[in-house]
Design a protein around this ligand. Structure first.
Ligand SMILES: [Zn+2]
Ligand SMILES: [Zn+2]
Length: 306
């Protein structure tokens, strides 16, 4: 979901409007980095979305804005400049790990803000790496992660259809078959896709052995996949009901309304199922984890003996 920031008027992904869990702000995080205050702006979109999701809206309440009818200040950019800036930020957002690396993100924001203040200084071309350089961003820190470039990662993910090649569940981690601790081989033949769990579990284990040990427990892997799918399905159902509940609450006067009570009961039932599935899932993850780890320990001992 995209939301429009009430200061810069950019259409950004909703992550830019998160502040803590389940809270949506009136202006984007970039404008907050400028030192602007969330409480000075009203954002109809954030307000409605937050209400529908039963989240918290952080911004100027609409009724107060109407009463004072203050014309809100806005960043002055031409439509074209806004479009160019929007796509620059979108490109940054899809970089692997760009949301986890907050220092890098803040650095990027400072360059964006500097440009927004003086857009005539740099002409944004739409070519992401070139624009970053023209803005003065340190592109080596932005693209250099394990020495793998962005296009390689995207390529590997597409090649394996976002499926972990060890367990078959959803995966987006590009993994070195030969661990980086053993070799620096970044060739495509040495790269494979895995889920975060397998990636972490494999660590510095040898590829061939890790694959073999996994193949010894096909039933466990099939169950893991099944759990993940069931949990996803239940979560989707629950979200749908929560949205229905939020809408129904606006339409009905009485909190004891039969429809509301029914929806609440269904959500509770789903939560019970989710808790059960999740706990079984976690148990199975541990079983497989311990199985592989014990194999690895034995294997290492054997290696030392030889
Ligand atoms: Zn903004
Ligand atoms: Zn996996």
């Amino acid at each position: 979901m995209r939301l429009r920031c009430q200061y810069c008027r950019l259409n950004l992904t909703e992550e830019h409007f998160y502040l803590g869990q389940q809270q949506l702000t009136s202006i984007c995080d970039i404008c907050q980095s400028r030192g602007l205050l969330i409480g000075d702006f009203v954002n109809q979109q954030s307000l409605v979305l937050a209400t529908a999701r039963q989240w918290v809206y952080l911004g100027l309440p609409e009724n107060i804005a109407r009463k004072t009818s203050t014309q809100q200040v806005k960043l002055s950019l031409t439509k074209q400049e806004r479009k160019a800036c929007n796509s620059l930020i979108d490109s940054f957002d899809v970089l692997p790990g760009s949301w986890r690396k907050q220092a890098l993100r803040q650095q990027f924001y400072q360059h964006v803000i500097a440009w927004q203040n003086r857009p005539e200084a740099v002409n944004l071309t739409g070519n992401f790496p070139i624009d970053l350089e023209n803005l003065g961003c340190d592109t080596t820190t932005i693209f250099d992660k394990n020495n793998l470039d962005y296009t390689t990662r995207v390529y590997i993910r597409e090649k394996y259809h976002y499926q972990c090649q060890y367990c078959g569940r959803y995966g987006d981690s590009v993994d070195h078959k030969d661990p980086v601790t053993l070799s620096d081989d970044n060739s495509l033949a040495n790269l494979i896709l895995s889920c975060r769990e397998c990636n972490k579990l494999k660590g510095s284990m040898p590829y061939q052995q890790f694959v073999e040990w996994n193949q010894e427990v096909p039933a466990t892997l099939a169950k893991l996949r099944q759990y993940q799918q069931t949990i996803e399905r239940l979560t989707r159902q629950q979200k749908k009901l929560q949205t229905q509940l939020a809408v129904a609450r606006h339409l009905t006067v009485s909190v004891q309304d039969r429809k509301l009570v029914g929806l609440r009961r269904k959500i509770k039932v789903l939560q019970g199922l989710l808790d059960g599935e999740n706990s079984d899932y976690q148990k199975l993850i541990r079983v497989r984890h311990d199985y592989i780890i014990s194999h690895y320990a034995t294997w290492k001992l054997e290696q030392e003996d030889n």
